[in-house]
Design a protein around this ligand. Structure first.
Ligand SMILES: NC(=O)c1ccc[n+]([C@@H]2O[C@H](COP(=O)([O-])OP(=O)(O)OC[C@H]3O[C@@H](n4cnc5c(N)ncnc54)[C@H](OP(=O)(O)O)[C@@H]3O)[C@@H](O)[C@H]2O)c1
Length: 233
């Protein structure tokens, strides 16, 4: 499996848990600092590190042909900013780069020959949108960019889900660099994400806010209906 934003709080926690499950790991990071992770016993976790920058999605995709689960997890939160530069950066990092990676990964999977598919599990893309898709996060650019990502995901899933299994992660506040005052510990969030995935959920919700468990399924259902009625493949 491969995860973007690998050196962040959730990226690390997910990699550690996938390691416990015996997965081969690819840590995708925009940092050049070597990523070192350790298991519970303190032993180093073996992983391949890929460095990329937003805008270089095609170069990155060429390295991901052996990947069965791609987790799009990178993100920024430019709180209190509203400049044109901040808007462009938020849209590129939080929404457009993940969308391009989703499209590119699905296209490469769809282009695999029958022989290349044989013996492999169905490829998956997990996309970390956030509950900011539907409720305030006290950060306008973060909300705008995450809502765009969520809307694009709802629209394009109608076609892309034929090639790859798509899972949407809708997470509430957890502690990290992006959100130092988040309520939930990141380890709890990562455990819940993997639990819900193992139960077969494509909509994975982890939040202390009970309303999100009701509103998010309704929102995705409403978008599915709207997009299906108004667009064609
Ligand atoms: N924390 C929360 O309350 C919360 C709630 C809901 C959803 N989320 C989402 O969860 C995901 C992980 O966030 P986190 O809380 O774990 O935050 P984090 O610790 O800050 O991790 C985010 C990671 O994204 C990568 N990143 C940052 N700027 C980037 C850039 N310009 N280009 C490419 N990658 C960049 C960095 O990893 P690399 O250096 O390895 O590239 C960074 O460590 C984000 O998508 C966030 O929106 C967070």
């Amino acid at each position: 499996m491969a995860v973007t934003g690998a050196s962040g709080a959730l990226g690390r926690a997910l990699l550690q848990r996938w390691h416990q499950r015996g997965a081969s790991l690819i840590a995708i990071t925009h940092s050049t600092v070597p990523l070192q992770l350790h298991d519970r016993a303190g032993a180093p976790i073996p992983l391949q590190q890929l460095t990329w920058q937003v805008g270089q999605e095609q170069v990155l995709l060429a390295e991901l042909d052996a990947v069965d689960v791609l987790v799009l997890n990178h993100g920024i939160n430019l709180q209190q900013e509203r400049s044109a530069e901040a808007a462009a950066q938020s849209l590129e990092v939080n929404a457009l780069s993940s969308w391009r990676l989703l499209e590119g990964f699905a296209a490469r999977v769809a282009g695999r020959s029958e022989a290349e598919r044989t013996g492999r599990p169905r490829s998956e893309v997990w996309i970390n949108t956030s509950e900011a898709e539907i409720e305030p996060a006290f950060s306008p650019l973060y909300e705008i960019s995450k809502r765009l990502l969520g809307q694009l995901l709802s629209l394009r899933s109608l076609d892309l889900a034929r090639a790859v299994r798509i899972r949407r992660l809708v997470l509430g506040p957890f502690r990290s660099t992006l959100n130092p005052v988040g309520l939930m510990p990141v380890g709890f969030v990562a455990d819940q994400v993997l639990l819900q995935a193992s139960l077969g959920c494509n909509l994975i919700v982890v939040t202390p806010n009970p309303l999100i468990y009701v509103l998010m399924p309704l929102t995705t259902l409403g978008r599915w209906l709207y997009n299906t009625l108004l667009t064609r493949a």
